[in-house]
Design a protein. Structure first.
Length: 69
């Protein structure tokens, strides 16, 4: 099986940022960010991904990782 893993927690830790801070900067709810962080989503909007990348000053590839299970 092939899957995409979300490494939001890794990027947050590198930036020293909390979910609350990221939520304030992006306008994305803490619940949605928590679901992303814990890989409990099957899709993510490009607009949401863009806001997260802007706030974290990173690229989508820093957050998303393809894994061949």
């Amino acid at each position: 099986m092939h899957s995409i893993k979300i490494n939001l927690d890794v990027v947050l830790n590198k930036r020293g940022m909390t979910l609350n801070e990221l939520s304030e900067k992006t306008g994305v709810s803490i619940a949605n960010l928590s679901n992303l962080k814990n890989n409990r989503v099957v899709s993510v909007r490009f607009s949401t991904l863009g806001r997260i990348c802007k706030a974290l000053e990173c690229q989508p590839a820093d957050i998303l990782k393809y894994e061949d299970d």
